[in-house]
Design a binder for this molecule. Structure first.
Ligand code: MN
Length: 207
């Protein structure tokens, strides 16, 4: 795999500490990893307070503002995991194939750290696949985890699900253009379990 070539696939410099300008003080890194674990799901991750807050979305994001998707909060992940693509071996946490499905910047007019604590977040996504205004709302907390809903606001980026399913239209990696099957196959051919396409530093600008 040509790492040099992949560095700038997304259109911003993967060598820079943050993919957004210092003016965007409320810009956070977001990533969505498609994850073929015991069941296929999409992990939505936001860099808040130096970690990736994470939600597993079984059906993935939907551009239809009438469709709300269950997002179960899962363990925080380290920042550098944001650009991991590869295979987590059987027996380890999250075993299965991981793809970086979308990656970009999440911008809000409110303080997203406070909004996260409140369980009511409204933000704009600037990714390769997802754009426009989104909501992430906590609905209930069980002893095991918190249940949230991710859904699109009605705007010029929203689309009717019957006409356009973004998970089907754009199934592949935003970094390497590979499918889950291709990622799995590549990993069998080298000794690396996976590749971290970036080294994200502590996001002092993320709050
Ligand atoms: Mn996962």
């Amino acid at each position: 795999m040509n790492l040099e070539k992949n560095k700038s696939v997304r259109g911003f410099n993967f060598n820079s500490k943050f993919p957004y300008s210092p003016k965007n003080k409320r810009g956070l890194i977001f990533v969505i990893q498609k994850h073929a674990a015991s069941y296929l799901h999409y992990d939505f991750r936001l860099a808040i307070n130096g970690v990736l807050k994470s939600w597993a979305i079984p059906k993935g994001p939907c551009l239809d503002s009438n469709v709300k998707r269950l997002a179960m909060q899962v363990e925080d992940h380290p920042l550098k995991y944001a650009t991991f693509e590869g295979v987590i071996p059987q027996g380890e946490y999250g075993a299965g194939t991981v793809m970086v499905w979308d990656y970009g910047v999440c911008i809000a007019t409110e303080d997203l750290t406070k909004a996260y604590k409140k369980g009511h977040m409204k933000f704009e996504l600037h990714g390769s696949k997802l754009a426009g205004t989104w909501y992430l709302i906590r609905t209930r907390t069980t002893s095991k985890n918190a249940h949230w809903l991710l859904f699109k606001a009605k705007d010029k980026f929203s689309k009717n699900l019957e006409k356009y399913d973004i998970t089907k239209k754009h199934p592949n990696s935003v970094l390497t253009k590979c499918s889950l099957e291709e990622i799995e196959k590549q990993r069998l051919n080298d000794e690396l379990g996976g590749v971290f396409y970036n080294n994200l530093a502590t996001p002092s600008l993320s709050v």
